[in-house]
Design a protein around this ligand. Structure first.
Ligand code: ZN
Length: 417
């Protein structure tokens, strides 16, 4: 086992640990450890809400989830010799949930998926699904099943949802400027267009006093992916992946968190993955001046992992860029993917699922989403592929009609506040 550089004690909150991580991006958050190029190391990660979501049959914790506290990130790790302009090469050697059968924290034998309500984050289909729902998933080895979504089981396509290097001061200023300009176009929108710096609940590693206050007021939120990688939520970022991050400041300051046991393309319910805490083993190396050599300055590139699950049989649903009200839009691929997902959800209800169960399943299971056509005016065509093997019953259309499953008690819903 590689040396454990960032331990977490399950009995303590993220801020009470031996080493304190962070939940904002800023160049002045001090590293928790320094590693050498060529070194492998183990990191513990808390699930993104640091224990606010429980293994129970209520969705009130999703409804009230404290979004100012996310994401609980482990790090930063400084890399010896890293300079601006280099590429930081990171291999994901291994990862998984915390090896315990049961316990209070996500990752200890279980994880969760939430539909976030429109007033607290929303999601890809928030117009159709404005309320809070939750599904708890149980892990048996590498398989996930849920008492809230009967009839399916699948091998997790496990990956870190979030990893990246720290921004330089000028890159951070660019983020705040461009995202602030977007927010200014509709400052009262629900859900918001973007999230400005938010000192409330900021965790900034070892910073204290005036430094803490200054950094808390400037530091970027961790929700969006940006040039440094960040919250990319790429389901194929599995064990075996090698990623190349731009280095923006001396030491690079790598951070990681938001581990997902599984996720579908798009992570559509917002917290659509199966969220968990766990461990990740990383190996780092440098390509000196790699940003210029390879033209990798504006976004990370990566070699996807080659680990399972891999499926051969699919049922695919397509959508085009026409709204539910029949309005024609011009090559709107976001809308086309929404329509493909709504199509799949409606189809699964014919077998007895609640629409919310189907929506949660599309967020969490290893479904594939594709931009199939983007040039055939006026309609984009997006497709979503469901692996047929994850269902206990045959989901393909046939002359006999759909098998009816027992949806159980369904996914728990929170009452509106
Ligand atoms: Zn996540």
């Amino acid at each position: 086992m590689p040396e454990l550089l960032f331990p977490l004690d399950s009995a303590k909150r993220f801020t009470d640990q031996e080493k304190v991580g962070h939940n904002r991006w800023h160049p002045d958050i001090p590293p928790v450890a320094t590693v050498r190029p060529g070194q492998s190391f183990r990191v513990h990660c808390r699930e993104w809400f640091d224990g606010a979501i429980h293994n129970d049959d209520s969705a009130e914790d999703i409804r009230d989830a404290p979004l100012t506290r996310v994401h609980a990130l482990s790090g930063p790790f400084a890399v010896e010799g890293a300079e601006p302009g280099d590429l930081l090469m990171v291999d994901i050697l291994d990862m998984g949930p915390i090896p315990q059968e049961s316990g209070p924290l996500a990752g200890q034998g279980w994880g969760y998926t939430g539909i976030f309500p429109t007033g607290n984050g929303g999601g890809f289909l928030t117009e159709q699904f404005p309320d809070a729902y939750k599904a708890v998933w149980d892990f048996t080895g590498r398989k996930a099943t849920s008492r809230h979504i009967p009839g399916v089981s699948f091998t997790g396509i496990s990956h870190p949802g979030l990893m990246g290097t720290a921004p330089s001061a000028s890159l951070l200023a660019t983020w705040n400027r461009r995202e602030g300009a977007l927010i200014a176009t509709a400052p009262d929108r629900v859900p918001p267009l973007a999230l400005p710096p938010e000192p409330q609940d900021a965790i900034l590693g070892g910073l204290a006093g005036a430094d803490f206050d200054r950094v808390a007021a400037e530091a970027a939120r961790t929700a969006p992916p940006r040039e440094n990688g960040g919250n990319q939520d790429i389901k194929n970022f599995t064990v075996g992946s090698r990623v190349f991050y731009p280095v923006y400041l001396p030491g690079a300051n790598l951070s990681v968190g938001d581990l997902h046991f599984s996720q579908g393309d798009g992570e559509i319910t917002f917290c659509g993955a199966i969220e968990m805490g766990g461990f990740v083993d990383l190996h780092v190396d440098l390509i000196k001046n790699g940003m210029q050599t390879y033209g990798v300055a504006e976004n990370a590139i990566f070699i996807p992992g080659d680990t399972p699950p891999q499926f051969s049989q699919w049922l695919a649903f397509s959508g085009i860029s026409v709204t539910l009200d029949g309005e024609q839009r011009y090559l709107d691929s976001q809308l086309a993917y929404q329509r493909a997902c709504l199509h799949a959800i409606d189809y699964l209800t014919r077998f007895g699922y609640q629409p919310e169960q189907a929506y949660l399943l599309l967020g969490a299971a290893p479904i594939e989403g594709r931009l199939s056509g983007v040039v055939d005016i006026p309609n984009s065509c997006a497709t979503v592929y469901l692996p047929t093997e994850i269902f206990d019953f045959d989901i393909r259309p046939s002359a006999a009609g759909p098998a009816r499953i027992d949806p159980g008690n369904g996914a728990p819903k929170a009452t509106m506040r």
